[in-house]
Every structure is written in C-alpha cells, then in structure tokens.
Design a protein around this ligand. Structure first.
Ligand code: IP8
Length: 258
C-alpha cells in the first residue's frame, strides 16, 4: 500500500478562508489514479480548518461554551473540503470512500489513544481507497482537540507498514532555510535526525494549529520508521507525485529514520 498526504497548502489557499484549489486537486487526483499500488489518502485542512480553529482556540481544547459553535462549524468545513477531495478523486476514477479520524481512533491530550485499522483494512480489502483528513475530534481529557492529518499518517503507517509514504507539500522538499524567504535556500535531498538537528528552528514562527514545520519533520522521521520509503514532494509541480508513486527519481527530500 502507498500512503499519500495531500497537504492543506496544496489543495487550498491557506491564506484565504475556505478557498479550494480545484484544478491542483483534480490534477493530483489524476496522478494518484495511475498509482501501481493500492492507496490510502490523507488530506490536510488548509484554510477550511486552521484559520477558524486558531481564531477560536480550538487547538487548546474546551475552555468556554462559546467555542462549541465553532467546533461544529469547523467540523462542517473540513467535511466540505473532504467532499471536494472525494469528488476530485472519484471523477478521476478512484473509488474513494471517506473515513473520518474519529471513526477509527479515540483521542486523549491531543494525541491518538487507540486506533483500529479495521475500517481502513476492510475498504482496502475490497479495492476501495480510504480517505481520511485533519479534523476536530472528541478528546477524553480536553473535551475536543485537533487531529492533524499527520497523526493519521502516523497511525496508518504503524498499522499498515506502507511501501511508500508521500507528503505532498507546496515546496520541493525540506530546505536549509525557508525557501519562500531566502533565495539561496538549498534543498536537503536526504533528511535524517542529524540533519534535522542542524536546521534552524525559525520555522516555528510559521506554526499553524497542528504545530511548527520542525515538529512536523520530527513526526515524519517517526513515520519513516514504519515505511520502506518516506518522502516529501512538491504537489504543485505537475507529474512529480505521479512519478514518485511509480518509483521514479524525482526532486524531493527522502526522510530516513536514523
Ligand atoms: O492540516 C488540521 O489538520 P492538518 C485539522 O493535517 C484542523 O494539520 C481542523 C485544523
């Protein structure tokens, strides 16, 4: 199985509330369609989740009753995004079915407390493509919390040990400096723990409600332990995801667990 995360910055415009990038998502769906192996797809929330979740402190858990209507509306918004992604996948010929995180996992302290692979396994067994996503979920200590798509990537990687996990980002991979701010930023083709320690933590300034870039990379290193190969590719460059899925060499960062 191949596990793919479609990042929120690729399928939405992260700066504009609830703006879906339909042509990018449709193209990625067509690239996914040509995968030589069964797929499980995870997608981020982008501007359908992060903007309102931050505005109402949903990542902090239940603090006041007034948050609850925003829990409801952000849940609705990420489902709206999920429907748009499903539509693009189905239109491309992928038999995609939605599995929201809370259908297979329970949560405590903003982390997954238990995970059952059954819903995903059953769908895969009959050649359907499960699709899950970043969501607002019930949490036994916080009331509710945010489940990042990355948490689902981790749980799915542990449960299914995929041959490949691909993170589709809006950059070519991991750089030694922020490539959107420094013109001389260099791509790191292979990222291990040592290389991560050498990276500046300034990326933390750009944290969204599910953590900084640095934290995300730490999670990717943990995910890489459960996959044959784990990589970050630029989902905005046509053909790159498709080539990575078919095992061809592409500009990327390969994440290795040592
Ligand atoms: O975009 C975040 O998921 P992510 C989910 O995968 C919400 O980190 C609701 C902000």
């Amino acid at each position: 199985m191949i596990l793919v995360k479609l990042g929120g910055s690729v399928i939405t415009d992260k700066g504009r509330l609830r703006s879906f990038r339909s042509s990018a998502t449709e193209r990625l769906a067509r690239e996914l369609r040509r995968s030589p192996f069964p797929l499980t797809v995870v997608h981020g929330a982008g501007s359908f989740g992060h903007i309102e979740a931050r505005r109402h402190g949903l990542h902090l858990g239940l603090r006041s009753d007034s948050q609850l209507r925003h829990v409801a509306s952000v849940q609705r918004d990420v489902r709206e995004l999920n429907l748009k992604v499903l539509e693009a996948l189905i239109d491309s010929g992928i038999r995609a079915v939605s599995v929201p995180p809370a259908a297979s996992a329970s949560f405590k302290d903003g982390a997954i407390r238990s995970f059952s692979k059954e819903a995903f396994g059953r769908m895969l067994a009959i050649n359907l493509t499960p699709v899950t996503f970043g969501d607002v979920v019930p949490d036994s200590s916080m009331g509710f919390s945010i489940c990042s798509g990355d948490l689902m990537m981790m749980a799915l990687a542990k449960a299914f040990r995929p041959r490949l996990a691909v993170f589709c980002a809006d950059v070519d991979g991991v750089f030694d400096r922020d490539p959107k701010r420094s013109r001389g930023a260099k791509l790191i083709p292979v990222l291990d723990r040592k290389a991560l320690r050498g990276l500046s933590r300034t990326a933390a300034r750009n944290a969204d409600v599910t953590g900084s870039m640095y934290g995300k990379l730490e999670r990717m290193l943990a995910i890489a332990e459960h996959c044959e190969k784990c990589m970050i590719v630029n989902g905005n460059v046509p053909g790159r995801l498709g080539r990575a899925l078919s095992g061809r060499q592409v500009l990327s960062t390969v994440v290795i667990p040592e």
